[in-house]
Design a protein around this ligand. Structure first.
Ligand code: GLU
Length: 396
């Protein structure tokens, strides 16, 4: 089968590959502990399910406007005001089929051949490939583990080239949970503000920060950058709604209009029923979020503590999201077929029946990503298994 040359540019999503492998093993009856999936283990709150059900019963089962129902747009606008202190109008927001789709549509609308987009590493696996599909290229900027994977203004400054069109900021980040406070983000925005450069602010983990950490927000700090900032967000993580596939974007009207045109030729509207659920999620009671975060905080502490006790494993404590990204370099051994964290992930799933994602497609082959969005019971069992499997290798 001769496929489009575009397909030669990309590879399967590493997170989705692990999800599929884990699901297949579970279906076979394997007692698999799944630290692969980047999704909260909590159920979607009842009030959201009820809103979706009511919408379905009321006949909201037809096409909606491409960019989302009036009710969802209203809820998105109210959320941006309530949580972010931002004023957006209906022609400046767009609902899509998940955060991934929001970003995909944005990249297609904005970028083309020869464009470069700055992507701080470690990065979410899909940014580089989604940029390639738009004809653009990720300019990966490495960060240092000893600096908790934080981008410095100097590193950022050095990354600009005449082809730079944009930077993707993802704070807190997938996979390392890196979160920038106001001072750190301000320093980066000072560098960006001096350049002719767009900002894609991927805010899907914005609600997932720990303790009294004060997360920097691009447009709160620099309202003057509003004309060249696109916010992408989703209800997936915050409200445990990954399967509903609702993401949204807020940005300049001309860009939102272009993205809506593209979406109209691609998917049309996101699911009408899911939109009703998302409107309730954004506009309804917010009490499920701190409850979930309270659990995640306990799990984060437990996982970091356990990993740090395993010889040859280093693990910074993430400030946000629900992943850790430990360095497992000391456990690699090319003579045993373990060259990268991906090989180690393969070993762990086969030998220990624990699914994790290898670090290569996040930009750091000597690492693995562990999602701790699973029960404490599973975390205890999974970390026991990882520890035993690593000790068995005898490399560190
Ligand atoms: N945040 C999820 C993960 O990284 C997204 C899954 C994906 O679409 O890659 O596991």
């Amino acid at each position: 089968m001769e496929l489009s040359s575009r397909l030669k540019l990309i590879k399967p999503s590493a997170t989705m590959v692990v999800n599929e492998k884990a699901t297949a093993l579970k279906l076979k009856g394997v007692d698999l502990i799944d630290f692969g999936a980047g999704e909260p283990d909590f159920d979607t709150p009842e009030s959201i399910k009820n809103a979706a059900e009511a919408a379905m019963r009321a006949g909201q089962t037809k096409y909606t406007p491409v960019g989302g129902t009036d009710a969802l747009k209203t809820a998105i606008i109210a959320k941006l005001k309530r949580d972010n202190g931002l004023d957006y109008a209906k022609n400046e927001v767009l609902a899509s089929c998940g955060g991934k789709h929001s970003l995909f549509v944005a990249f297609q609308a904005l970028f083309g051949n020869g464009d470069e987009v700055i992507v701080p590493a470690p990065f979410w696996v899909s940014y580089p490939d989604m940029l390639l599909l738009a004809g653009a290229k990720a300019r990966i900027v490495s960060t240092k583990e000893e600096n908790e994977f934080k981008l410095t203004p100097g590193d950022l400054e050095a990354a600009f080239t005449p082809s730079t069109r944009a930077i993707i900021l993802n704070s807190p980040s997938n996979p390392a949970g890196v979160a920038y406070d106001e001072g750190e983000l301000s320093a980066l925005l000072d560098v960006i503000a001096k350049r002719d450069c767009l900002i894609i602010s991927d805010d899907v983990y914005e609600k997932m920060v720990y303790g009294d950490f004060k997360l920097g927000q691009v447009l709160r700090l620099r309202p003057d950058l509003r004309g060249r900032t696109l916010i992408c967000n989703s209800v997936s993580k915050t409200y445990a709604m990954t399967g509903w596939r609702i993401g949204y974007s807020a940005g300049p009207a001309a860009l939102i209009k272009a993205m809506t045109t593209l979406q109209g030729q691609m998917t049309s509207n996101p699911s009408s029923v899911a939109q009703a659920g998302a409107a309730q999620a954004l506009g309804g009671p917010q009490d499920s979020v701190p409850l979930m975060m309270g659990e995640f905080a306990k799990r984060r502490d437990f996982v970091v503590d356990r990993l740090r006790k395993i010889p040859g494993v280093r693990c910074p404590k993430p400030q946000g999201a629900f992943y850790v990204f430990p360095n497992i370099d000391a456990h690699l051994n090319p003579s045993k077929g373990l060259k990268t964290g991906d090989d180690l992930a393969g070993y762990l799933i086969e030998e220990a029946h624990v699914a994790v994602v290898g670090g290569t497609d996040f930009g750091y082959p000597g690492h693995i990503r562990i999602s701790y969005a699973t029960s404490m019971h599973n975390l205890e069992r999974g970390l026991d298994r990882i520890e035993q499997a690593l000790r068995k290798l005898g490399n560190a």
